[in-house]
Design a protein around this ligand. Structure first.
Ligand code: URP
Ligand code: ZN
Ligand code: ZN
Length: 464
């Protein structure tokens, strides 16, 4: 099967030019002006950007959490991702405490195989790591799982102590793998939560008010300090606020190998969303919580100046009616997480490029290339080049859509609300190609459950 994409404006993290792209089977095989080739199918991309498929390095499909399971499984979640222009996700397998991480990996392979419609990899959530099991980390890397997530939050659930963190970091450094940190002081936060509940403060907004930015900043500072002593790089996930960003900037300025992502919810939504009537604020209960609006400009600056490298979604949807309601009398029982995998590319293009905050190259870097590089997928993923996987999005930079759970062009996620309801965006992914196959066109799904491959990722490539 061959595909010719003609007349498009090809934009990567570094290039911006008009040319044709010839795809043979799953791979880009030729790029040039007015290519003289025969193809099984030709797509006219005149007036469109032709960009690498999005790489979302932080999703939670089919994840048991907060007494329930995230509402998108690997089939519905990856399909929704594709509709939004994302062709690769890196999701999280979970180790059950006291059990092997390899068992956890097996469980997640079973969840994803035969279901994922786009390519996917796994990080491993490590919940304990004694000396006698450290060898597993190398085994995971051999299996293509070259990064781990560890939590300073959620005591009694996913939390690990600093000793475990240090042990795992040192081993990751030896192996050339990368630790991703959920950086929040969960021990102190749990005390604040107890006080709030004792005072009868049970509404969703107290989720945010019991998780001060200082406790995120403290977690960021501490995890970076531990990584520096261990002599390893560290990647901070879902960074939400200026307070935490300052710690990243200070550390990078002194030469620490710190990388960090933020998410659309912290760029476009804010604390006022918890004031919605009738428990609606529960839709925005996620961790870290939404912050005061003024933080957003700091995050945009961090993205523009390179202290934040990537924009992931932390897509972890729970239905409002059946799942968020678990915490109707107690905010601490609301399942933590929100939807977004489908809307990331349009939101970031609109807020970043149309909003005059990011160049179009930076948009590609933040939504695709940087994550591919950090997580051992580049140059197979994250760029358009001869030899790369043909994961390509034909993106209409002028088309406008209003994001809504009721708009069939913006919502395919298996969740009964959209966190960005009513937001008008300019910039829409119109044709989405995953390893040479058109999977989305004219807002129709042409992919298939099981069409996505598991990606064995390479080792951490160092600073770039
Ligand atoms: O609220 C969130 N972020 N839920 C998903 C789990 C995590 O901490 O990333
Ligand atoms: Zn987290
Ligand atoms: Zn997450």
């Amino acid at each position: 099967m061959s595909l010719l994409i003609r007349n498009g404006r090809i934009v990567t993290a570094v290039d911006d030019y008009h040319a044709d792209i010839f795809v043979e089977d799953e791979t880009v095989s030729l790029i040039g002006r007015d290519l003289d080739v025969e193809a099984d199918r030709t797509i006219d991309a005149a007036g469109r950007l032709v960009i690498p498929g999005g790489v979302d390095p932080h999703t939670h499909m089919d994840m048991p959490f907060g007494g329930t399971t995230s509402a998108d499984d690997f089939e519905t979640g990856t399909r929704a991702a594709a509709f939004g222009g994302t062709t690769t996700i890196v999701d999280f397998a979970i180790q059950t405490k006291g059990h092997s991480t390899l068992e956890g990996l097996e469980t997640w392979h079973e969840k994803a195989a035969g279901k994922a419609g786009i390519d996917y990899g796994f990080h491993m959530i490590v919940t304990d790591m004694e000396d006698d099991r450290l060898w597993e980390m190398r085994r995971l890397a051999d299996e293509g799982v070259t990064s781990y997530k560890m939590f300073m939050a959620y005591p009694g659930v996913l939390y690990v102590d600093d000793g475990t963190l240090f042990r795992a970091m040192r081993k990751a450094g030896e192996d050339g793998t990368l630790v991703c940190m959920h950086a929040e002081n969960g021990i102190v936060i749990d005390e604040i939560v107890k006080i709030a509940l004792a005072e009868g403060k049970t509404a969703p907004k107290y989720h945010a008010l019991t998780r001060p930015t200082r406790m995120e900043a403290e977690g960021v500072h501490r995890s970076i300090a531990i990584a520096e002593v261990a002599g390893v790089p560290v990647y901070i996930v879902h960074l939400s606020c200026a307070d935490a960003l300052e710690q990243v900037t200070l550390a990078r300025d002194r030469g620490a190998q710190v990388f960090a992502e933020t998410c659309p919810q912290y760029l476009f939504l804010d604390l006022s969303h918890y004031d919605h009537e009738d428990f609606e604020g529960a839709k925005y209960v996620m961790t870290p919580p939404l912050r005061e609006k003024w933080n957003q400009e700091h995050l945009w600056r961090g993205l523009g100046f390179g202290d934040l490298q990537s924009i992931s979604t932390d897509h972890c949807p729970f239905c409002f009616k059946d799942q968020k309601v678990l915490g109707v009398d107690d905010f601490s029982k609301i399942p933590n997480g929100g939807p977004g995998v489908e809307n990331r590319m349009s939101l970031v293009y609109n807020g970043g490029v149309v909003g005059g905050r990011l160049s179009v190259n930076k948009f590609v870097e933040l939504t695709s290339t940087a994550a591919a590089k950090l997580f051992g997928l580049f140059p197979k993923k994250g760029t358009i080049a001869v030899g790369s996987d043909a994961d390509i999005v034909v993106f209409n930079p002028d088309r406008r859509e209003t994001i809504s759970v009721d708009n069939p062009c913006t919502h395919h996620m298996n969740v009964d609300y959209n966190a960005y309801e009513g937001t008008e965006v300019q910039g829409v992914s119109e044709i989405v190609i995953s390893r040479g196959r058109v999977v989305v066109e004219d807002n129709n799904w042409h992919g298939r459950a099981g069409g996505g491959n598991f990606l064995k990722r390479g080792l951490f490539g160092g600073p770039f």
